[in-house]
Every structure is written in C-alpha cells, then in structure tokens.
Ligand binder design. Structure first.
Ligand SMILES: [Zn+2]
Ligand SMILES: [Zn+2]
Length: 271
C-alpha cells in the first residue's frame, strides 16, 4: 500500500495498492497532464532521488521553504511565526527529517492554511508530524484527495486564526481561493500572502489574477471587481505570492488595486 503522489501537481492521495487512474486536479482545466502522461511517485522515492528543502528568511518572522531540485509546480511554503504558535501558509510535497528538525527549531507548526488545491500536496503528512490542524475553505472540499480528521473546512468570508493572522476567501482562481493577512508583517505595516490567488508578474510592481495560469485562461471582469473590493478592506505594504522571488516589496496594496483596474480595462476595452 502506498500514498501515491502526482508528479505534475505534487498532490498525495489516500492509501491504495495500485496507482490511482488519474489525478482529478491535473485533469481539471486549471492544470494539465504532464507531457510524459500521468506519472506517480512516493515520498520515499523523492528522498532517494535526492530532493531536499531549502529555507530562506524573507523578513523577521517569515520563512520560506522550497524544494530543490524543483518538484511539481515548484511553489514554496511560508512559515509565519506568531506569539501564539506558527502558521504554515501553503504546503510543499517533500517532508524529510532535516525539514522537521529545522521547523521544530523555529517553534513547530500549530496551524496549516492552504490557499487552494494546487498546494494541498502532502498536507496530511505535515499535520500528523507537527500535530497541527489544517484549514481549507469548504468551497474546495471536492479537491481533497487524502481526507483526514485533521482537516477543518471553514466557511464564510474570513477567519481569525490568532490575533495578528486573518485568512480571507478571495475566490477567482478557485471558489475557495484564500489569502492570509499578517498584520504584524512588514514592520507592522501588514503583509498579504496570496499563493497564486494574486500572482506577482514579471514586473514586480504589478500582479495578475487568472482562472488557469498554465493554460492562460482569464477571469471575468466582474470577478476582478469583486476581488478588488475585498482587498480594499485590508492594509498591507508587502505581498508574497507562491515563489521565492514573487514579492511586491513596497506599496503592495496599491499595486493590487491598480493591477485590478488595468486588468478590467484590458479585457473590457483594451489598453
Ligand atoms: Zn496532479
Ligand atoms: Zn493554482
């Protein structure tokens, strides 16, 4: 019996003897089947292949964790350190002993919050290892491939996790796509963690919003207006999307608002 992992999206499945037939997350229009066809691996195989995790402190209290060489979608997770326990924002597939030790030295993990199904990965392994609860928006419940009692499906628009950490459903990319607002980040000016609900583009003073990133399927302008309205209620100076370099360093709220305006203009009238 194995917990098989999809090589293209990094999602781990419930235990089975045989490899699953297909990965529903990759069959979906927001992802794709790998060019070699559907392939599966396991955590044990990944370790044999020499994958390991690297850590990078982005700012005090915010540590990025990513896998080298790149695996699946290649995102990095973020550990948010708070006085009332650490929050792991988004997840990555590889969990090894070095990673466990390093995170324990940083204070462990109390809660795991994942922006959307593309980063569910091996969330249950992480939750078991750190005795943490997982918070997923109930709108994306159908995409959980390894159900577990440690998962809490939250509902509604916002959830306050600890004093300075609030999660908000933004929708767009997925109906339950979530962002995390960390009020103490950026020297108290506020930080927004966005996964790829809000995507930092090549010009890092701007962001974008898509239904599918790999297949370049945009969102309707009404959705962008709604997202813009939700964001307008939060204060933040800096924004961290899903990769080590995907950061809007300053004036990030204004970057999101002006990017939403540009996007609406582009799809409704042209620039
Ligand atoms: Zn997949
Ligand atoms: Zn995604």
């Amino acid at each position: 019996m194995n917990h098989w992992i999809c090589v293209t999206c990094g999602t781990q499945f419930a235990q089975s003897q045989e490899q699953p037939q297909e990965c529903p997350i990759c069959v979906d229009q927001r992802q794709y089947i790998g060019h070699q066809g559907q392939q599966w691996t396991t955590l044990a195989t990944m370790l044999k292949e020499g994958h390991q995790n690297t850590f990078k402190e982005h700012e005090p209290g915010l540590i990025g964790i990513g896998t080298m060489p790149k695996f699946a979608i290649g995102q990095r997770a973020l550990l948010v350190q708070t006085a009332k326990g650490n929050v792991l924002w988004d997840c990555i597939t590889l969990l090894d002993e070095n990673t466990v030790k390093a995170i324990e030295q940083l204070g462990g993990i109390s809660a795991i919050v994942i922006s959307h199904p593309h980063y569910y990965t091996t969330m249950v392994e992480w939750a078991e290892r750190f005795q943490a609860r997982i918070y997923l928006h109930e709108a994306d419940r159908q995409w959980v491939m390894r159900p577990d009692e440690r998962i809490t499906f939250w509902s509604g628009e916002t959830l306050s996790l600890v004093d300075d950490v609030t999660i908000a459903r933004l929708g767009g990319h997925f109906p339950g796509s979530t962002v995390l607002h960390w009020a103490k980040g950026a020297e108290g000016k506020g930080v927004l963690l966005t996964g790829d609900t809000i995507y930092v583009v090549a010009d890092r003073n701007w962001v974008s919003f898509m239904y599918s990133f790999p297949n370049l399927i945009p969102l309707p302008s009404a959705e962008i207006r709604r997202i813009r309205d939700v964001i307008s209620h939060y204060s933040f100076e800096r924004l961290y999307a899903a990769w080590f370099e995907a950061i809007v360093q300053t004036d990030a709220k204004n970057a999101v608002l002006k990017s939403a305006d540009r996007y609406i203009q582009a799809i409704e009238k042209g620039l």
